[in-house]
Design a protein around this ligand. Structure first.
Ligand SMILES: [Zn+2]
Length: 385
């Protein structure tokens, strides 16, 4: 699809009431109320702390697509893109949206872990990672989800996640702004017919994304773990696609990445709608570089620390403070970091970093990382969302 059309659609359909990293049921409830006037919304169950788990249903076609987002509560970028997509679907004047909804039935769980979303954590209310509970199903959310899969028997599954800033697309200086995976369905990681279908769809999305963010698409490791939801669905023969919304330069609110997720969603759904996908064109999937871990948020390069020439890596830890996500800088490594890249780099030119005790001072109440290079004072501020 033409990149300008996609860009225009994003501008048109972006759900402006959702912004930044902290997205909870409170944020999406007014949108669900409005949507319920236009399409079917079903409460399919409750979380461990009794929050509602909702399913949005659109269209009436024979191809059944299931999407779920925020199975990890702090991975909210795909949820924002899902609501952008919902605005696209509910625009009755959009011809592609109409065609899709004639050919497909779209099922969307916008937040599978509402408790995790509220607490801004990967884990649910009982501190369980729902993406390791696919087999045992010890948690209510896992049971709700697996019952839904059993009931609707999706033809395609979209497992929507977000990833940390550390990932690069390959062992390169390019961040993995979007990563995909066709999860394995057995220990041998066999390339089964349903995996080929998922791979072909991913390859299609990659072709489109390369026009926007060349070299910034990665492929996640396909090590098999049946406790993961994607691997379980893949083992059931359902073509499954894992999305990982990642980092784009300076975009800690993930508002730019959100746009690329929107493009990916539209591209994949259009492809499914208009193509009888055989999986024959799966090979391009393997041209996508595997995710590397080449990034830190900040690298302070080439400074003298206690007489030694070192690099210092800083990583932001994301903490929910008064209903807002703060990014608090923490020193995570001191040493030779030539093989790594910083999303921001500060060049020390062998100047001495000094401070009385620890050389680099973290001021938590101000959420600053403060250090001196000779007489120059550097402050690395936290950002907030
Ligand atoms: Zn995740």
């Amino acid at each position: 699809m033409d990149t300008h059309i996609l860009q225009n659609w994003f501008d048109t359909y972006k759900e402006v009431s959702l912004f930044g990293r902290y997205i909870t049921l409170d944020h999406i409830s007014p949108l669900l109320d409005l949507l319920s006037l236009k399409t079917e919304i079903e409460q399919i169950g409750f979380s461990e702390n009794n929050a509602s788990i909702d399913l949005i249903k659109l269209g009436s076609g024979s191809k059944k697509l299931l999407f779920w987002s925020q199975m990890h509560g702090n991975e909210s970028t795909t949820t924002k893109a899902v609501f952008d997509l919902l605005n696209f679907f509910t625009d009755v004047s959009n011809d592609l949206a109409k065609t899709i909804l004639k050919e497909c039935t779209i099922y969307i769980i916008p937040i599978l872990s509402p408790d995790g979303a509220k607490a801004y954590t990967r884990l649910n209310f009982n501190q369980v990672d729902l993406n390791r509970d696919a087999q045992q199903k010890t948690q209510k959310e896992s049971i709700v989800f697996s019952k839904l899969v059993e009931r609707i028997q999706p033809d395609f599954a979209f497992n929507l996640h977000g990833q940390r800033t550390i990932f690069s697309a390959g062992e390169t200086k390019y961040p993995a702004t979007v990563s995909f995976l066709s999860p394995a369905s057995d220990l041998e990681r066999s390339i089964t017919p349903s995996r080929k279908i998922a791979m072909e769809i991913i390859a299609k999305m990659n072709t489109v994304l390369q026009q926007f963010i060349p070299n910034q698409v990665g492929r996640y490791d396909d090590g098999f773990n049946l406790n993961c939801v994607g691997d379980t669905l893949a083992s059931m023969g359902i073509p499954t696609i894992l999305f990982e919304a990642g980092h784009y330069s300076n975009d800690y609110d993930r508002e730019i990445t959100r746009e690329y997720i929107f493009y990916s969603l539209i591209t994949s759904i259009e492809y499914i709608t208009t193509t009888q996908i055989t999986g024959d064109r799966y090979k391009d999937y393997f041209s996508i570089p595997e995710n590397g871990k080449c990034f830190y948020d900040v690298i302070i390069r080439d400074v003298m620390l206690k007489g030694e020439n070192v690099d210092i890596a800083v990583q932001y830890s994301e903490e929910l403070i008064k209903n807002s996500v703060k990014f608090i800088p923490k020193i995570v490594k001191i040493g030779d970091l030539q093989k790594f890249y910083g999303h921001r780099e500060i060049i020390g030119k062998k100047r001495a970093i000094y401070n009385e005790n620890v050389t680099v001072e973290i001021v938590p109440e101000a959420m600053l990382l403060k250090f001196h290079l000779n007489s120059e004072l550097f402050l690395i501020e936290s950002t907030k969302s």
